[in-house]
Design a protein around this ligand. Structure first.
Ligand SMILES: *Cc1c(COP(=O)(O)O)cnc(C)c1O
Length: 457
């Protein structure tokens, strides 16, 4: 057995003939790749002395499975039972229904992307978000690019290429691994001038660093960490005053990009874009898919002169958003025009503010559904847990939540793997010897998917 069976292994050519005869409806290109992969995998297993059948029937089965997997798009929806609302790896903000519908409509047809209805001539894609963004933020002008990293890079390039940009040492942040402010700065061609210390930076530190080479004063929101203790930072008013006196623009990278005061929802204060504009910053940049709850985007609001410089820069073309994102962003922003319904309409805001009772009820419902279908040996309970905002936003917000905790006689890792292998995949976490399914970030229909994923194997 094992190695001796190598001679019985069919050739790729012969396996392919069988695959074509099987009328699977799969494209030939996929079958060719799959035939090679299946023969190769079986050969390797035989060489390792494993008990594996070299007959053509089992190889056909293997190859068809491989071809089907490879032919299926990998970006599918997923169920988020981690309790992390803006889960970066699970796609950050889920869109509102209104935004999803707007995307679908624009996606399957032609659209008003860059055309002026009155003249029939070329228009501007900015028209779809600028009026909404200025109305909501109170800024004179606004524009949007691919993401906030792009917005910061673009703004630095447009305003400060070849000049000095003054930043506090306490704000040289790294966001999500690949956005490191000093690196973005270097890429823009601006020169970073660090002032102050990690914990304390005063207005006079900025003042002293101003030279005739200074192109920008930059403030960066510490969106994903906190410093506490012996700390000081220059106030926005002080920074804006220094900028005015020297004729230097002052920019605020707000990051998390809230457009509504979160405190009525029981959350910590997070500066909104309108707060930042009101403080007098010349430019404010923020993400579309963090607390705003929209598509991936980088929003730039501020004074007309500087927004126009941003728009006119050659990088703006390279970083522009596509029509689907404009559709999603326009629909998301328009939801904010009505503060009485926005909390319900935007999924991120809804998840952030779900009540204790609603969370507990959802967890109990999931527990009961699981208990009715799971093996009697499983212990299934509702437990309190803590959700996170995620996405590098509100690091200090601890959101009390409820989870269904599952304990099984077999290793929990197996259950967790079953969940991830399900279609659509379900992501949960293992903690305190239990598989924890936090209900906070579940969407309608997700509970049923979880029950099926865990009990139908
Ligand atoms: C998240 C964040 C960024 C990067 O934004 P993306 O939209 O993820 O590109 C930049 N700056 C700050 C302060 C952030 O919080």
């Amino acid at each position: 057995m094992g190695v001796a069976d190598l001679r019985k292994l069919p050739s790729v050519e012969r396996l392919l003939q069988h695959l074509e005869a099987a009328n699977s409806g799969l494209p030939r290109a996929l079958l060719v790749d799959a035939a090679r992969a299946a023969v190769e995998a079986t050969r390797e297993r035989l060489l390792r002395g494993e008990e594996v059948s070299p007959d053509v029937g089992s190889l056909v089965e293997n190859a068809l499975r491989i071809a089907r997997t490879r032919g299926t798009p990998t970006l599918t929806r997923a169920v988020n039972a981690t309790g992390i609302i803006l889960h970066t790896n699970l796609g950050r903000a889920p869109l509102s229904l209104r935004a999803a519908q707007a995307v679908a409509e624009v996606a399957v047809g032609y659209s008003m992307l860059e055309i002026d209805r009155d003249t029939g001539r070329r228009g501007s894609r900015h028209q779809h978000v600028e009026p909404l963004l200025t109305r909501l933020s109170g800024a004179e002008a606004a524009t949007a690019v691919n993401n906030n990293a792009g917005a910061v890079l673009l703004a630095l390039s447009a305003l400060a290429r070849g000049k000095e940009v003054i930043v506090s040492r306490g704000e040289l942040v790294e966001i999500g691994g690949s956005f490191r402010l000093p690196d973005v700065m270097a890429q823009s061609g601006a020169h970073l001038v660090e002032v102050g210390t990690t914990n304390r930076t005063y207005a006079r530190d900025y003042e002293r660093a101003v030279t005739k080479e200074t192109g920008l004063l930059l403030k960066v929101h510490r969106s994903n960490f906190v410093v506490s203790g012996f700390v000081h930072e220059a106030s926005p008013a002080e920074l804006v005053e220094i900028g005015r006196r020297h004729g230097i623009p002052v920019m605020f990278d707000l990051g998390s990009g809230c457009l509504i005061d979160l405190r009525p929802g029981g959350l910590p204060y997070e500066p909104t874009a309108q707060d930042a504009v009101g403080m007098g910053y010349d430019l404010v940049t923020f993400s579309g898919d963090k607390l705003l709850g929209g598509p991936q985007a980088g929003l730039v609001v501020g004074r007309t002169k500087f927004v126009e410089m941003v728009r006119a820069h050659p990088l703006a073309r390279a970083l522009r958003m596509d029509k689907l994102d404009y559709a999603a962003l326009g629909a998301t922003l328009s939801a904010y025009l009505d503060p009485s319904t926005v909390w319900d309409e935007i999924p991120v805001l809804r998840m952030l503010t779900r009540s204790h009772d609603a969370l507990r009820a959802a967890a109990e419902e999931l527990r009961d559904a699981l208990r009715s279908r799971a093996p009697a040996s499983w212990q299934i309970d509702v437990e309190s847990t803590t959700s996170e905002v995620g996405g590098g936003s509100l690091p200090e917000a601890h959101l009390p939540s409820y989870a269904v905790a599952i304990r099984t006689p077999t290793p929990l890792e197996e259950r967790e793997l079953t969940l991830r292998r399900h279609h659509p995949p379900v992501f949960a976490r293992i903690a305190e010897n239990a598989l924890l399914l936090d209900v906070r970030a579940l969407l309608p229909g997700d509970a049923l998917i979880i029950v099926n994923a865990l009990t139908s194997s």
